[in-house]
Write a protein that binds this ligand. Structure first.
Ligand SMILES: [Zn+2]
Length: 69
């Protein structure tokens, strides 16, 4: 999964992947303009980064259009 040019985590500034942008939309707000990396999302929701990765896998397996790769 490659980084998206110009997309950075709103918290730590790290470059984001399409998955991270998509999962921010799913977990926070479909219309989100600010996105977070997996680590910062995990902090925000007080879960482990692996829990966020599991959510990404789940959304993709469920056929969510935001995860269309
Ligand atoms: Zn971050």
């Amino acid at each position: 999964m490659s980084a998206v040019p110009g997309a950075c985590c709103a918290v730590c500034g790290r470059e984001l992947t399409k998955d991270e942008i998509a999962v921010t939309r799913k977990l926070i707000n479909r219309g989100a303009k600010r996105f977070c990396c997996i680590d910062c999302l995990a902090d925000y929701f007080e879960v482990r980064p692996d829990d966020i990765r599991e959510r990404i896998a789940y959304f993709r397996s469920a056929g969510c259009v935001l995860f269309d790769e």
